[in-house]
Every structure is written in structure tokens, then in C-alpha cells.
Design a protein around this ligand. Structure first.
Ligand SMILES: [Zn+2]
Length: 228
């Protein structure tokens, strides 16, 4: 699992601040979870802080329905068939969109993850969300070995991308920043889909990294090892 490279973080941040970013590219979703840095403008900063504070989803989809659809996604992924993965992924998105009374985002399921390597780091794309098209893309094979990605990893990517769509369409966070609240909302859907028993679910623990935050995995290792 690659971590974020600093260069990439800077690039994303400058795109967000300038409001030019058409895509939300994702890498290192579980191990390298970091927040974006707060934007400079007062208005963007207010939305950022509101997103940061909203650490739980008040409304959740029907648990049994979500878990049943997630189980079908797991079965589809085991077949390695992109079309089946798309159909079951769309079924999850349909339930979520209906729950939050927003449009259903489009979904594309692609093969081998794009990968960029530079001196001192590498970047593997897991998924992204296109603001204009309202379209999620997820990749289902690892960059180097081209093996089918883990079910939990793929599910997490899908829910993460849905939360960008929910931010823009339902919560009014148009820049849909990666805040502690954003990651908390993804975590809510992820553990609901997996039917994680409440006592096994660890709260996300954040440690400061300059003006951003990253997850302290040493506090989560027991509950999350083997996610990818
Ligand atoms: Zn994201």
C-alpha cells in the first residue's frame, strides 16, 4: 500500500483552493488516510469546518438492505467480472441515493489501477469522482500484480466516492474536502455495510500533521489489519 506522496498532496490542495479540480482522485484510502489542509478563503473555510464537525451520518440506509447488497458485491468481485461488479455497485449506490434523496451517481468499473511512480514515491489510483458528470470510477485490479482487489478495499472506495457525491448533492459541501468528518461519514457507511459489531468498531483517532490530520493506525491496527 503506497502512502500519499507530499508532492501529490500539494498538487491536490492547490487545485482545491483554486476551485479548478474536476476530479477527486483517491489513493491509499485505508492506510494513508489524511485530511486536506484548510482552505484560505473565509467562505471555503466555513464549509470545511462544517464538514470537519459532521463526524457521523444522522440518517443511515436500511442496514439489512445495505448488507445484502454489499454481500452481492462481494460475490460479484469474487467472479472477477467487471460488469457484475458494476451492477452490484450500482445497486448499492441506488439504495444510498434513495436514502439521502439525491440523484444516483453513475458508476464505471475499470480494470488495472493507473499508477504513477516518481523519485521517492508512487501513486496508485483506487477511484475518483467527476463533479460535472456525477460519475464514480473504481478500479478493481491492483497496479503491479493485476490481482482482483480485496472486497473491503473496493467497498471502501465505492463508499468514499459516494460520500463526495453526497457532500455536493445533499450536504452542500461543494468542494467536498477530505476532512475528519468526511472520513467519519465514510466509516459509518463502511461498517454498516459490513455489519461490524459496535464493540469491534474503533473510533478514528487523528494525529496532527502540520495543518492537516492523519489517522493514527497504531490505535486501529487490531480492528483493521487485513482490510486490504
Ligand atoms: Zn476522496
Amino acid at each position: 500500500m503506497p502512502e500519499f506522496g507530499d508532492a501529490k498532496l500539494k498538487e491536490w490542495d492547490s487545485d482545491v483552493v483554486a476551485g479548478r479540480e474536476p476530479l477527486r482522485p483517491e489513493s491509499g484510502l485505508l492506510r494513508g488516510v489524511t485530511t486536506d489542509r484548510p482552505p484560505r478563503s473565509a467562505e471555503a473555510r466555513r464549509a470545511f469546518e462544517a464538514s470537519d464537525a459532521l463526524t457521523r451520518l444522522v440518517v443511515l440506509p436500511n442496514a439489512h438492505d445495505l448488507q445484502a447488497r454489499a454481500a452481492l458485491l462481494e460475490k460479484a468481485l469474487a467472479t472477477g467480472d467487471q460488469r457484475s461488479v458494476r451492477v452490484e455497485g450500482e445497486s448499492i449506490l441506488e439504495l444510498l441515493a434513495r436514502t439521502y434523496e439525491i440523484t444516483t451517481p453513475r458508476l464505471r468499473v475499470l480494470g488495472t489501477r493507473p499508477r504513477k511512480v516518481w523519485e521517492g514515491g508512487q501513486f496508485e489510483l483506487f477511484g475518483d469522482y467527476d463533479f460535472q458528470e456525477k460519475r464514480i470510477r473504481i478500479w478493481m485490479r491492483t497496479a503491479v500484480l493485476e490481482k482482483v482487489t480485496s472486497y473491503r478495499g473496493l467497498l471502501h472506495t465505492l463508499l468514499h466516492e459516494f460520500c463526495h457525491h453526497l457532500d455536493r448533492e445533499g450536504l452542500g459541501f461543494l468542494e467536498t474536502p477530505h476532512t475528519r468528518g468526511f472520513h467519519g461519514r465514510v466509516d459509518d457507511l463502511y461498517h454498516l455495510a459490513l455489519a461490524t459489531p459496535p464493540k469491534s468498531r474503533r473510533p478514528l483517532v487523528w494525529i496532527r500533521m502540520g495543518s492537516a490530520w492523519r489517522i493514527d493506525w497504531s490505535k486501529l491496527r487490531t480492528s483493521r489489519s487485513g482490510d486490504r
